[in-house]
Write a protein that binds this ligand. Sequence first.
Ligand SMILES: NC(=O)c1ccc[n+]([C@@H]2O[C@H](COP(=O)([O-])OP(=O)(O)OC[C@H]3O[C@@H](n4cnc5c(N)ncnc54)[C@H](OP(=O)(O)O)[C@@H]3O)[C@@H](O)[C@H]2O)c1
Length: 293
Amino acid sequence: MQWLVTGASGKLGGYLLRELQGRGADVVAWSGSRTGESFGVLLRPVDLGDADRVAEAFRSAAPDVVVHAGAMALVSDCFRAPERADRVNRRATEVLAELAGGRRARLVFLSTDLVFDGKHAPYGEESPAVPLSVYGRTKLAAEETALRAGHAALRVSLLFGPSLNGAPSFFDDQVAALRERRPVRLFEDEWRTPLSLQTAARAVLSVARSDCTGLLHVGGPERLSRLEMGRRLAAALTLDASVLVAARRDQVPAGEPRPRDTSLDSSRWRRLFPREPWPNWDEALRELGLALS
Ligand SMILES: NC(=O)c1ccc[n+]([C@@H]2O[C@H](COP(=O)([O-])OP(=O)(O)OC[C@H]3O[C@@H](n4cnc5c(N)ncnc54)[C@H](OP(=O)(O)O)[C@@H]3O)[C@@H](O)[C@H]2O)c1
């Protein structure tokens, strides 16, 4: 079975490649700009903003399964360049969904909890999506194209864990700040259902290997504020949590409104994939070898 992973050089991409390599899978790995190897797989830069190039690279990869994780994944980048965000996030997904359908390949699209406005959590798959950002709008439009073509779209929530491929995540920054005793401001009034990158990668690959299509919410089992996440991280690392400073969202100016609570209801996923691991924050840290107790 030939796999194609887009966004292979990203945070989730690193975990996907590690899992696939562990299973001896045959993988074509696309990046945006990064070159070199990751987990023994060559990274091939393919600009998702260039539909012709995407189509040409897809034909050469000839995949049976596509995990489409590549995206302009920063809200601020999409806000600054909305047309490019539309091409990279929506249009590329449309092209990949059509091409995959044309050769009867499965495609799993990675979407986000940020398709919701944060006012009516917890959100199930049937809840109306009302994105507040360019990022959220382009991801919602992209998932619609994937679903129309008969594929699967997974809305994952905030992903946490150490980056495996260089570019530090918010999580790496927090660990560094705690270790260096640098103050960090964290929102006490913004909630998510955080999911570890490792759990997310395993969930994505199980869905990709199944015949499951349609929309699935895959969040973590706990609703935590950003501040609670920081405190639980400090406790797990037995580091001083007093450097964590409670902040409120209205104290920090943002180009677009931030959804307050995008907690996901993951019941459908749990019903369809009951054997998948679903660690809470502390268990996930232990799995990652980060906690001392
Ligand atoms: N991280 C989260 O908390 C979270 C939450 C919900 C949903 N998601 C979704 O999950 C997926 C993976 O997220 P992530 O955190 O792994 O993102 P990430 O670390 O920002 O990685 C993004 C990936 O997309 C690639 N990329 C960016 N622009 C591209 C372009 N124009 N053409 C081709 N590739 C491009 C990047 O390649 P280079 O680095 O090589 O340029 C990188 O491999 C995304 O679809 C994101 O929307 C993430």
